[in-house]
Design a protein around this ligand. Sequence first.
Ligand code: GLP
Length: 241
Amino acid sequence: MIDKQSPLPMYYQIEEEIKQRIAEDEYRAGDMIPSERELSETYEVSRMTVRQAITNMVNEGVLFREKGRGTFVADKKIEQPLQGMTSFTEDMKSRGMDASSKLLIFEKITAPFDIARKLQIDEKADVYKIQRIRYADQKPMAIETTFIPVAMLPGLSERVVQGSLYDYIERTKKLKIGKASQMIEATTADENQSSLLDVSALSAILHIERNSFLTDGTPFEVVKSSYRADRYKFISDIYRA
Ligand code: GLP
């Protein structure tokens, strides 16, 4: 199992070994892995070495620790392709997961300066400010704050945004969503975000901003979202010119 003559560090070999057990479903999401003491006996290495392996896997999001309880196998991260302009509801459906939302804010406000500029509307124009926690199979995945010009969707209601916004725009309002520009950046969860997302303070967060346009080029939303970095990874195919 562990080759002490190998040039590969022992903590690395332990990581590979545990990851293999996870890949082969020997350890499943939510399972507790053996304690540091047990692992150090099994692999005949020091507890320091085991701790290093576990810490690396916790930082990667493969395992998580619970104080006083032990170390557990984390849910597999959702692999989100970067190419398609999909909705949260579609993303979850395509994985066989149930999408739901908890509405935290639904109000009409005067557009903040940066939002008005991105939506290409008058600074005094009204926008909806909508904040939702997005859940996959009842587990919090992201907090999304969406700004939409009121003039574009005058009939928008709390009930509508409990469901899919894109579905409402396309199927009910018959508007054609065209494209978006999107930015992803690393942050950490503040106190409010960590409690809403059910993660510990200062957990890694993927901050995503999307500026979306109809096919005729009219901007229709600015969305600022905070995704749990322990639940998401973004993937893309790239081509050499
Ligand atoms: C994703 C995007 C958001 C978009 C949302 C719409 O989460 N990041 O920019 O507003 O999907 O999702 P739904 O149609 O489920 O409301």
